[in-house]
Design a protein around this ligand. Sequence first.
Ligand code: HEM
Length: 458
Amino acid sequence: MNNAKDLPVRQTNAVRALVPPGPRGHPILGVMPEFNRDTLGFIERLQDYGDVVRARFFYVSAYFLYDPDDIEYILSTNAKNFVKAMSLRSNFFSRLLGNGLLTSEGEFWRRQRRLAQPAFHRQRISAYGEVMVEFTERMTATWRAGETRDIHPDMMRLTLEIVARTLFNADVSGDADRVGRVLSEIVKPFASQATLKWILDNRLPTPAHNRFHRSVRQIDEIVYRIIAERRASGRDEGDLLSMMLQAQDEDGSQMTDAQLRDEVMTLFLAGHETTALTLSWSWYLLGLNPAAEQKFHAEVDEVLAGRKPTFADLPNLKYTEKIAKESMRLYPPAFGVGREAIADCEIGGFHIPAKAQVFAFQWVTQRDPRYFAKPEKFDPDRWTEEFVSRLPKYAYFPFGGGPRACIGNTFAMMEIVLVLAAIGQNFRLALAPDHKVELMPAMSLRPKDGIRVLVERR
Ligand code: HEM
């Protein structure tokens, strides 16, 4: 990055416009090399230029927003002027997720959201509490006191099993496992792929691409078969698939098989890694903060008194919920959101042209000292009602916001709190002293070499 800051430039074209300041970067690649070398450090340092910053990635102009009001503007108040960023329209996402909720736009998205929404209402998902705890206990039954484990793959497997079961129910659990396995295989190489390739939407027929397309075909076969069998049986399994199959729009129309396939794939992908990451980072932060860990143990002991946690316990597991919130503040699984402007607009007094890529980063804003005292400190107790009422709405946005906010946020919070409680009532996870935990910002914010813990029985 240039040391000298580039000052805002006043243009004199038809729209009198102020161009936000920002680094010049490499003459051809722009800031791409620096972004790829040190993504998190780069997006933090950009804020030194101000609350609206412009930088060039090769031939693409990107704008970075650090003021919660501006973030609210793109995600919520002026959401109609934005579509998802071009990185989400890459080959990878469109082949895998098709026209699912995460990637679709306009009237098509609106209708799908309307159809899927009831499946995520609090009363509907309350039934999944039991599945969440049952799978957690099945996993911990294989743990041995005194052993060292990498907790991250454990959490990944667990949340995958939970989303598979809640989507497809038991009758097809073998297939669901296969979909999950193929899916995690195909995501691996693409997840670590440099952002340059995403942005340029690499369409070259490399072996990795061919493998990817083969794997997606395999998953398609399974998912289409499950849908066909479920349609033929006409049974209501009480799972997300049944709910989406039955969902009807006002005109009586329902989702086609292709739409169902795209939504199933989207929920599989969007619904498991993010939740696993919040769990893994929570264990890490509890391991680093013995006082918080003690409060957590005291709460689960008092509320549960040795019983399994259930959906009904959620209102009483307040401190556990604050752990999840604080963990998503410090280590947001989705560490940034991106949009593309449809028409020219103005943000924070700066001109944003049509087609501009606009980004906001949970990673930076949720650690901004203007909104969070001692931002680096893991302090679940900061989440008092009073604090929340004073906090600008978009200073904390782990689930995004506005019309495209995460549809699974209640599901995820319930899963995180129940899994933490079910494990914490029986186990203490101490961080392995010889293991350094490092961050890897890929599609999501991952621990590079996992999180090794020593399992102790409580
Ligand atoms: C801690 C866990 C989770 C986090 C941090 C998270 C985060 C997010 C974020 C930030 C977005 C908005 C992206 C954007 O605006 O561009 C989003 C959207 C979405 N999430 Fe989640 N998510 C989580 C769990 C889940 C779960 C459990 C599911 C489903 C079972 C899910 C399904 C979706 C879907 C379908 C969308 C797209 C919604 C739409 O555009 O209409 N997520 N998520």
